[in-house]
Design a protein around this ligand. Structure first.
Ligand SMILES: [Zn+2]
Length: 273
């Protein structure tokens, strides 16, 4: 049994500030250790329930936050920048389950450190009319490969947002968001115990899990933070302007839709303030 782990960082218990999750900042050094513990807790819980192979795709910032030699169960590590499938690089149809570890809520939500891919560019994303964060957008790729998303870890808002697109997902809520820069977190040890037990449950009940059921063709609407960003996004084929700051893209292939969205994010990075 193979598990694909996409790890972010803002959803880790105790993390409430950009400096704590920005590589190069002194505080990052400590918090990356807490993230590693949470990733390993997810791996261990899954392994306890029979999972054998793990790939961890580091999806946060410059995407090299973990220590490869300290990953549990000899997990393979996909790290570094410029990955065509970004937070979902490495997933394919050979996997049995997807875990989202240390995820956060969408830009327009009250989740701690909320953002949707780029906080300087993206104001809100809706999938078929419902607000989605990174978990909901990334679920397109899981659906494209027909693999269920069975675990999400992060705050309460993130858990709720994820369950809208991935019904039945097991959620380890390791903190409660108070504001975008405050949260009440479980002690890291307790957070890891919770993640381990939820990961165990998620893999033990995998027979009941289903891939995300996003109706196809699906439409992503993106509200950008200013009209220049929206205009630039339309340079990507298949992206239509829908308002002063809005664009929309529709596709019957969830993988192509995800790639198109990621292309707009990467393109607009150059002019995001
Ligand atoms: Zn993120």
């Amino acid at each position: 049994m193979k598990v694909f782990v996409s790890s972010d960082m803002e959803g880790t218990a105790g993390v409430v500030d950009w400096a704590q999750c920005l590589p190069g900042e002194p505080e990052h050094e400590h918090y990356r250790g807490l993230l590693l513990d949470e990733v390993n807790a997810a791996i261990q819980g899954a392994a306890d329930a029979g999972a054998e192979e793990f790939l961890v795709n580091d999806s946060h910032s410059s995407m090299h936050n973990l220590r490869p030699d300290q990953l549990a169960h000899r997990a393979r590590y996909l790290s570094g920048r410029h990955k065509p499938m970004y937070m979902m690089q490495g997933l394919d149809a050979s996997y049995d389950a997807v875990f989202f570890v240390s995820y956060h809520g969408s830009m327009s939500s009250s989740s701690t450190l909320s953002h949707t891919y780029n906080p300087r560019a993206v104001a809100e994303v809706r999938l078929d009319g419902a607000v989605v964060g990174e978990a909901g957008i990334n679920a397109l790729v899981a659906q494209g490969y027909d693999v269920p998303v069975v675990l999400v870890t992060g705050d309460d808002v993130t858990a709720e947002e994820t369950s809208r697109v991935c019904p039945g997902v097991h959620a380890a809520v390791v903190k409660h968001s108070v504001s975008r820069f405050a949260a009440e977190s479980l002690h890291p040890h307790e957070a890891c115990e919770l993640i381990r037990s939820k990961a165990h449950q998620a893999v033990a009940t995998l027979g009941e899990a289903r891939p995300p059921a996003i109706t196809l063709p699906a439409t992503l609407e993106v509200d950008w933070r200013n009209p220049d960003l929206a205009e630039m996004a339309t340079w990507v084929e298949g992206v239509e302007r829908s308002g002063t700051t809005g664009v929309a893209m529709t596709d019957d292939d969830p993988l192509r839709l995800y790639r198109r969205f990621v292309t707009t994010v990467l393109l607009t990075r150059g002019i995001a303030e």
